[in-house]
Design a protein around this ligand. Structure first.
Ligand SMILES: Cc1cc2nc3c(=O)[nH]c(=O)nc-3n(C[C@H](O)[C@H](O)[C@H](O)COP(=O)(O)OP(=O)(O)OC[C@H]3O[C@@H](n4cnc5c(N)ncnc54)[C@H](O)[C@@H]3O)c2cc1C
Ligand code: FES
Length: 284
């Protein structure tokens, strides 16, 4: 088995750019180097090679790797929601168009070995890192040259959006055997309310359960508070704006607890996944 290269920086070709939900797309980028190296929880930085605006790259989490007919990883999928400069341009990408990419960046999700139930808590586009994590944790796919190996007994997804037409990839999770709970703020699908309201309605976590959350900061803060109240271990995956993605610019820092009180950590290098009780929520 060959060792995958640890870092790729180059120009890649878009293979597909398909709509998953309103303003939400899955972009497939051809790169066997990236696909062999990247693991769930890691991200890549994207830039347009021929444009100065937007000047800085944008970070996008790995949604999944794509394998060829011989089972070899040859492309990566990222999922994005159109909000601003970069994502409006991504929306116009066609197969054959080129993008500058560097990665894999950040630390992957740790292994959840021996966990009874892994509960993935997603707000909006925050569901993107969870498809790959669910497959890895259920032992269905191995990433980064590692063989597939089951980590936990079961995976549950608690997923909320503002309205029903923003829900994406729900069937993909269900196909894996993930138990899915949906909520929308306007009640147009599933439970009416916020993800944390729905979490509070579900059976209390048991010993051996683990929560992992990704979504907007207010949601992460509320999930972290609930996890602390219920004494359930919890990871949060942060999506702080970043410029370099490689630890140089300090544009991505987040306050974390330290022996002296608190300090800053670089989300791109030390994260994007943090223990929820490691974050100094009162300093954000
Ligand atoms: C580790 C990491 C992983 C990420 N993974 C993903 C991912 O998988 N999919 C994805 O779509 N994005 C992801 N992001 C966010 C992404 O990097 C961009 O910030 C986002 O796509 C907006 O870029 P833009 O140029 O389109 O918007 P900009 O022009 O930079 O911003 C336009 C406006 O939108 C606001 N804005 C920025 N992001 C959001 C948001 N998420 N929701 C609502 N408003 C926002 C900004 O505050 C600003 O007011 C991730 C970020 C990090 C750090
Ligand atoms: S994005 Fe530059 S240090 Fe994190």
């Amino acid at each position: 088995m060959t060792t995958p290269p640890r870092f790729f920086h180059g120009t890649v070709t878009a293979l597909e750019n398909v709509a998953l939900a309103r303003g939400t797309y899955r972009l497939r980028l051809a790169s066997s180097e990236l696909a062999r190296a990247i693991a769930p929880g890691q991200f890549v930085m994207l830039r347009f090679p021929d444009r100065l605006d937007p000047l800085l790259g944008r970070a996008f989490a790995l949604m999944d790797t794509v394998r060829d007919e011989h089972g070899q990883p040859h492309a990566i999928d990222i999922g994005y929601y159109v909000v601003g400069k970069m994502t409006r341009l991504l929306e116009r990408l066609r197969p054959g168009d080129r993008l500058s990419v560097w990665g894999p960046l950040g630390k992957p999700f740790p292994r959840y070995d021996g966990v009874r139930e892994l509960v993935l808590i997603a707000g909006g586009i925050g569901q993107t890192p969870f498809l790959a994590l669910a497959q890895r944790a259920l032992g269905l796919v191995g990433y980064s040259n590692q063989p597939a190996r089951r980590e936990c007994e079961q995976v549950r997804l608690v997923y909320g959006t503002r309205t029903a037409d923003l829900l994406a990839s729900v069937e993909d999770f269900q196909r894996l055997g993930v138990v899915v709970h949906i909520c929308t703020e306007d009640g147009s699908a599933g439970y009416a309310g916020l993800v944390t309201d729905l979490l509070a309605e579900l059976p209390r976590p048991q010993r051996g359960d683990y929560w992992v959350a990704c979504g907007p900061m207010p949601m992460l803060r509320a999930v972290a508070k609930l996890a602390q109240d219920w004494q359930v271990p919890c990871h949060v995956s942060l999506e702080s704006p970043m410029a370099c993605g490689t630890g140089i610019c300090y544009s991505c820092v987040t306050p974390v607890r330290s022996l002296d009180g608190w300090d800053y950590a670089r989300v791109c290098l030390d994260g994007p996944i943090f223990d929820a009780c490691q974050i100094a929520w009162d300093k954000i």
